[in-house]
Ligand binder design. Structure first.
Ligand code: NAD
Ligand code: GLY
Length: 367
């Protein structure tokens, strides 16, 4: 069971295979794509315990010599220090320019292992085997790789495309439900920014997604990746269009900063951020209330946060400023209809405040 997509980037084009219960076939697919003899599987302790052996065996059976590393679980290990440890193991294990790095895990492992692949010996091939919904629909596609710096998230990185994305939706069966829901926020985002039919599909199939129906999950990952690939193909290095993928992220980022990244999963903060962005669009007369209501409806149904537990001024204070915008105003991605957004760096303080007040959480509400 599975489908194949392609990200068309000339010489750096690559396939995305979306499958169910096919991890044992990973080695065969990789061998068909590149002549690597040695691969370095990078994962974490949680994912390694679940899938490390299956993946290692699949690669060995296909003739690869496998180096293997499990890092501790957590965002704080997406660091230069972890990268340093991986370089050492790679050098000691004889990883060469023709070898490949295989990232087995969520976005943390994908970003870190991708960064190591991009920089080790000036760049060696790498493969994404994403195991969270967020990684399958977003972080494994498009080539953004990075580690965090104590002064900022994702501050050290580059664009470096994988040679293959191998997304097995059966791995989502072991994913904590909260992580699945957080990934779903990014999926819903794709519907709003580019595809009204997909948004409707999600409204109709939400229960089947949360129930892990494998056919529906394959369709969800396929349509999400197709949208992201289409955007990346037009604007690989985010000079313009690619920024629409940041719908919900301006306010979402402020929520993450105010809570020191300790309260929200990224997708949860983005969910609440998307509702505020829709409310801003409404305030500016760009869209009607029906859009905000439908968006809030599906997010609430997915049990994602749609309200802001901070005063408007607290949020406004920490909004990232767009240096190119007049007066250093924050930049928003705003919906004008389901499936269509605009980038707007001209949203006044009063409009933001008014939208935030409309989305204010009641006292004692979770998030
Ligand atoms: P994550 O990688 O931390 O994974 C979430 C949790 O799920 C972890 O505890 C992990 O161990 C566990 N897990 C992963 N797969 C599992 C499985 N199949 N079964 C059971 N547990 C599993 O988080 P994430 O949400 O996947 O990724 C977040 C990271 O992605 C952030 O660092 C963010 O900056 C990055 N990101 C990158 C991009 C990009 O374009 N490169 C885009 C979005 C986010
Ligand atoms: N996750 C946003 C991007 O890949 O551009």
């Amino acid at each position: 069971m599975g489908v194949e997509l392609k990200v068309n980037l000339g010489k750096r084009s690559y396939p995305i295979l979306i499958v169910s219960s096919c991890l044992p076939q990973l080695g065969r697919h990789l061998a068909a794509l590149m002549p690597a003899t040695r691969v370095f599987v990078v994962t974490n302790e949680v994912v390694g315990r679940l899938y490390g052996e299956q993946v290692t065996r699949a690669l060995r059976d296909a003739g690869f010599e496998v180096l293997y590393r499990e890092l501790p679980d957590g965002e704080k290990y997406k660091s230069l220090e972890s990268a340093g440890e991986l370089y050492t193991q790679a050098l000691e294990g004889g990883l060469e320019r023709q070898s490949a790095v295989v990232a087995l895990g969520g976005g943390v492992i994908g970003d870190l292992a991708g960064f190591v692949a991009a920089t080790y010996m000036r760049g060696i091939p790498f493969v994404q085997v994403p195991t969270t919904l967020l990684a399958q629909v977003d972080s494994s596609v498009g080539g953004k790789v990075a580690v965090n710096h104590p002064l900022g998230k994702n501050m050290i990185g580059c664009f470096y495309q994988p040679r293959l994305v191998f997304a097995d939706v059966a791995t989502l069966e072991t994913l904590p439900l909260r992580e699945l829901r957080a990934g779903l926020a990014e999926v819903i985002k794709y519907g709003v920014i580019q595809d009204e039919d997909f948004f409707e599909f999600l409204e109709e199939n939400l229960e089947r997604i949360l129930g892990l129906d494998q056919d529906v999950l394959i369709e969800v990952v396929r349509r999400s990746c197709a949208i992201k690939a289409g955007i990346v193909e037009k604007d690989e290095t985010e000079r313009g269009l690619r920024a629409i993928l940041n719908f919900g992220h301006t306010i979402g980022h402020a929520l993450e900063v105010l809570t020191k990244y300790q309260v929200y999963r990224h997708g949860e903060a983005v969910a609440a951020g998307m509702v505020v962005a829709a409310a801003i669009a409404e305030e500016k007369g760009l869209c009607g209330q029906d859009l905000t209501m439908r968006l809030a409806g599906i997010l609430e149904h997915a049990r994602l946060p749609i309200r802001i537990p901070f005063k408007a001024e607290e949020i406004i204070e920490v909004l990232p400023r767009d240096k190119k915008a007049q007066g250093g105003r924050p930049r928003f991605v705003l919906p004008v209809a389901l499936g269509q957004v605009v980038i707007d760096a001209d949203v006044g303080r009063e409009v933001i405040r008014s939208a935030l007040e409309r989305c204010q959480a009641k006292r004692g509400e979770r998030f």
